[in-house]
Design a protein. Structure first.
Length: 81
C-alpha cells in the first residue's frame, strides 16, 4: 500500500515510519536547556544512564536493564532514536 502507484501501490504514507520519526523528535525536545516540568520524569529515569548525554551515545535498551522501569512511550522514543 505504501508503494508508488506506478509500481502497483496506493501511494499511502508509511505510518510506522511517521510514528518513529515523531517519537525521535522528542529527543530534541528533551535536549534543549530549558526545564519545563514534563521533562522531569524521562530525565529522572535517564539520570543513571547519563541524563541528556545519553542521547549522544550508541546504546541498546537490551544492555541497559536499569531503564526497565521507563514508561513504554519513552522506551519507544529511545528505540526510535
Amino acid at each position: 500500500m505504501i508503494g508508488e502507484k506506478k509500481e502497483g501501490g496506493l501511494g499511502m504514507p508509511d505510518f510506522g515510519l511517521i510514528n518513529k520519526s515523531l517519537k525521535a523528535a522528542w529527543v530534541k525536545r528533551l535536549s534543549v536547556p530549558e526545564s519545563p516540568t514534563w521533562k522531569s520524569l524521562p530525565l529522572e529515569c535517564l539520570r543513571d544512564a547519563g541524563g541528556k548525554l545519553f542521547f549522544y551515545c550508541n546504546f541498546s535498551l537490551k544492555t541497559l536493564p536499569h531503564l526497565s522501569g521507563l514508561p513504554l512511550f519513552y522506551k519507544d522514543v529511545l528505540n526510535a532514536w
